[in-house]
Design a protein around this ligand. Sequence first.
Ligand code: UDP
Length: 238
Amino acid sequence: MEKREQLYEGKAKIVYRTDDPERYIVYYKDDATAFNGLKKGTITGKGELNNRISAHFFALLEEHGIPTHFEKLLSPREMLVKKVTILPIEVVVRNIAAGSLAKRLGLAEGTPLARPVLEFYYKSDALGDPMINEYHVYALNLASAGELRALSDYALKVDSILSAYLAERGLELVDFKLEFGRTAAGRVILADEISPDTCRFWDKATHEKLDKDRFRRDMGGVEEAYQEIWRRLTGGTE
Ligand code: UDP
């Protein structure tokens, strides 16, 4: 597998072409942003940890029948993925009120939700990712009804698989964001990343935050929190 030219640089990752037209390489950076790019910083070692944590989750989800873009790890900061066109919809699933939901609905952070909440946001940096519903998705031709059904079903399945897996490791999956892509064959598969940058993880017993909220809220111990997630996933064996 040969790395070719850079295709795209995002806030936390760089995507490269390869000599295989159907495969890309994703490189995970230490750069961190929050509040739609207003807050910028570096989390030392984040790139390596998010690459490994995402690979771990993608492999677990594949085992449970969720198709993902992940193929294999190539280096500490790089993974080989299937080429997809990312759908401009961020899919958020929530189990416990936190962040923007707590604020919008006036709920105390940590309030359990009676059932998972599925939300869609329109991926647009210029607009600050506004929340949308299925009518907007169809009105703006962002996805077909079949695609929206597939990504909603996948997102809720991902929630049950990861919630159960993390519970065994003493973690609560508070909420998370997923992105999906279309393959050349027109299939919708899970893409992007699944990491402490894109999920809220709380320690089950202490409710300590072990995710990017430590960076967003200047709480300190950011690197340690990401390392702790990796340790919980592997039991310190890898
Ligand atoms: N999230 C994300 N990228 C975004 C916005 C949200 O990965 O651009 C994740 C975030 O880490 C959290 C979940 O989606 O796990 C819900 O985020 P929320 O809407 O509460 O927004 P925030 O509080 O991050 O502004």
